[in-house]
Ligand binder design. Sequence first.
Ligand code: BYC
Length: 474
Amino acid sequence: MSIDYAERIPNNVNLANDRTLQRALEHWQPKFLDWWHQLGPHDFAGSDVYLRTAVGVDAQGWANYGYVKMPDYRWGIFLADALPDRKIGFGDAYGQPVWQQVPGEFRSQFRRLIVTQGDTEPASVEQQHLLGRTCPSLYDLRNLFQINVEEGRHLWAMVYLLHAYFGRDGREEAEELLARHSGDADKPRILGTFNEPIADWLSFFMFSYFTDRDGKFQLKSLAESSFDPLARTCRFMLTEEAHHMFVGDTGIGRVIRRALEVMKELGTDDPAAVRRHGAIDLPTVQRYINFWFTSCLDLFGSEVSSNAAVTFANGIKGRPDESQYEDHVCANATFPLEVPDGRGGVATDTVPLRNAMNEVARIAYAKDCDIGVKRWNMAIKRAGHDFQLALPSLRFRRSIGAWAGAATDPAGKPIARAEYDRRLPDWLPSESDRAFVGSLMHPVREPGKMAGWIAPPDRGINNLPVAYEYVRLS
Ligand code: BYC
C-alpha cells in the first residue's frame, strides 16, 4: 500500500478506515509535537533543512529529498509490505502462520519489548538536543537533524503498535514514552546508554556508530518476530537505520583522517602536538571507543537470560538474521559461555542456547562493529603509523550480566580490583579529554567549510556537492 500524505498522520496502514485508532493517534500527535518543541533540536525550528522523507516502502526510491522545517516534518506510520504466506521462523511454533494480532498470553512480553524499543528513540533525540549549536559543518548539521527526525518517526512506529494492538495499556505506555527523559533523575530512560550525555560531536559519531548498530541488531531480531505488524514495522525502520550508522562510521573516519593529516604536517604522532594543532589524537579516539562500545554491549542484556529464552521459545524475538542458522528451534542446543570463575579467572559454563540468545546477538554485533575499526586501522597503517585502534573485550567495563562489575583490562584479562581502579581513567575519556574535545566544539556554518578537527566527507548528500547549503539557517 502506498503512503497517504493527504492524511493528518501520513501512513500506509489504512488509518482512515479505523476512526477510533486514528482519533487516538491524533490525540497523541500534539503531545509529540510539544515534546519535539521542548526536547528536539534546540534553536533550529525555523531553519530549512535538506531532509529525506519516506514516500514508499520499496527498497528502491523509498524517499524523496527537499527543504523542510523540522517541526513540519511529516512523521508517519510506515510498515514494510507483508510477505505472502509468511511463517513463524523460530521457536516452539516454528513453521506455523505468523500472527496478525498479539496472542493474549504473550501480551506483556510484547509490550515490554515494544516499550523498550520505543523508549530509545526519543531518548536519542533528547541526548542530542543541544548538539546543533556546535556543528562542525552544515553537512553534519543536516545529518544530525535527519537522524533526529527519523528517530522521531521510529517513536511513531512503536506508538502505532502500542495504540493499535494494546488498547488502554498501550495508550498509557505511549504517554509514558514522552514522560521519561534521558538523564532525568526521577524518570530516566529505560536503558543505560540512553541516559549518557552526548555533549560533543565525537560522542555523537560514536553513538551513531555503536548505539545505532545495537538498534540494527535489535531491529533485526524484532523483524523476525511472529507478530507480523511488529516484524514489518522493524523491517522498514532498518532501511532508515543504515544512514545513521553511515554517519557514525564516516564521522569517526573523518576525525581519524584529520588526525593523520595533522600528524603528517607536523611530522609527529605526539598526541599533545596533535591537540595543540586543534585535531583529536588517536589515543583519545580509542578511549571514546572504549566508553561507547562497552556501554552498548550492556544493551544486549545478560549473557544468561530467562527473558531471552522465553521470547525465543514463544516466537516473540528471534536472532538477528535468523535464516542463517540451521536449527531454528534450539530446544536442546547448548552454548559455551565464558564467565568469571570467582577466583579472578575465567571458567566455561555450558548453558541452554535459548538462554544465551542475548550473547549470540552481542557476538554478532561486536563482529559488525569491528568492520569499521579494521577500515580505520587500514587508513592509519597507510599513513605509516604503528598505532592500531581496537574494540575492547566483551568482558571489559560491563554493568549488566555475568561480567558486571568484574575487574578486567580492555583485553578482557581479569586483573586485581586495585589495578583496575587505578588504570580505568587511562582507558576511558577523562575529564580533561572531554574538556579538550569540548573546547574544539565551535559551530561552522558556512556551506562547504569544516571545523579544523574533522576532514570533509568524500561526497555530499543525494549526489549534491559537499558545499551545498544543507541547512538554510533562519
Ligand atoms: N540498561 O534478561 P535481561 C535503538 C534490564 S537501540 C538498563 O538481562 P533481556 C536506537 C532489562 O530491561 C535498540 N537495563 O535482558 C539506537 C530487564 O529489565 P526488566 C533498542 C537493562 O530482557 C540509537 C532486566 O535488565 N531496542 O533502537 O533479555 C538511537 C533483565 O534483563 C539493560 C531494544 O533494546 C541496560 N543496558 O534483554 C535510537 C529491543 N539491559 O524488564 C534508537 C527491545 C538489560 O526485567 N529490548 N536491562 O525490568 C529487548 O529486547 C530487551 O529488553 C533487552 C534486554 C535486549 C534490552
